[in-house]
Write a protein that binds this ligand. Structure first.
Ligand code: ZN
Length: 288
């Protein structure tokens, strides 16, 4: 692919990592899981904004300085190759000095990301094998969910629930193994990049044209959501929509185990053995 392009503030990443965010699906999923929890468990989300950030798991790091892929984005990919247990149960040392309620709110959101990623990615990889890009598959699912919710997929601000702050960045940094400065920058970049992709008709046409011109349409064109369904994704969207509902139940079922484990590090961690990419074990070691 050609070098990144900067034109009227539009930055195209030189390479979009696998698993590039399906922002709306994760956001909506977290809200649905919260509704599916019993009131006592749901009340443990004492910081909704941190829970909402957690819903995007390691994907937040993919947005970090998209012009210059580097170790922060790589960390986002590495985290996807770790198991839920390796990421969702940080050691005492990792979270030392942080407000435990904030950490818990964040991890409860993170668990939602884990379930949706680990359950859906194997299927998405199968569809990718037929020549449809990851962003296109996930983009059409986002379109479907936004449409169901009566929203226009072209113009919805998908990251309007993300509120970057230093306090939040400290929590992200401890769990994901980056610095607070990097986590904070990634959050700001997440907000600004999502805003760039959701824009008025004229600018949108320009963005599309620019992406095409630089040969990046296949790779990231799927992130420019459309109102019309993508005919090549009919089957995958229907399947993923079905899986989504199953995942809500699964995430709600795992949540009490996460809470228990945070209170008692010796409690079992069954159900967290898959990686975020959907493999049944991890080849890498968590270097935290
Ligand atoms: Zn992910």
């Amino acid at each position: 692919m050609k070098d990144p392009v900067s034109a009227e503030g539009l930055y195209i990443p030189p390479a979009v990592p696998r698993g590039m965010p399906s922002t709306y699906a994760h956001r909506r999923f977290g809200a649905d899981v919260l509704n599916a929890l019993d009131p006592e468990t749901a009340s443990l989300v004492t910081d909704r904004r941190l829970y909402d950030i957690g819903l995007h798991g390691p994907d937040v790091l993919f947005y970090y300085d998209v012009m210059h892929p580097g170790p922060v984005r790589e960390r986002g990919m590495t985290l996807h190759d770790l198991t839920g247990a390796e990421v969702l149960f940080p050691s005492r040392r990792q979270v030392k000095g942080l407000d435990p309620e904030m950490v818990r709110s964040y991890l409860m959101g993170f668990l939602c990301h884990y379930v949706l990623d680990s359950e859906c990615h194997p299927y998405i990889h199968t569809v990718e094998g037929r020549g449809i890009t990851h962003t296109r598959i996930e983009g059409d699912l986002d379109r479907q969910l936004l449409t169901e919710d009566g929203l226009d997929p072209r113009y919805e601000m998908l990251a309007s629930h993300i509120f970057p702050s230093k306090r939040y960045a400290d929590v992200l940094a401890a769990v994901m193994g980056v610095t607070s400065e990097e986590a904070l920058q990634a959050l700001y970049d997440m907000v600004s990049n999502n805003e760039l992709l959701v824009t008025g008709p004229i600018r949108r046409a320009f963005v599309k044209h620019t992406i095409r011109k630089h040969g990046a349409y296949d790779l990231i064109g799927g992130m420019l959501l459309t109102r019309k369904p993508d005919p090549e994704c009919t089957e995958s969207t229907a399947k993923l929509r079905e899986m989504y509902d199953d995942c809500v139940r699964k995430a709600a079922g795992l949540m009490p185990l996460l809470i228990k484990r945070s209170e008692d590090p010796a409690s079992p961690v069954e159900g967290f053995g898959r990686t975020f990419s959907g493999h049944s074990d991890s080849c890498s070691n968590n270097s935290l």
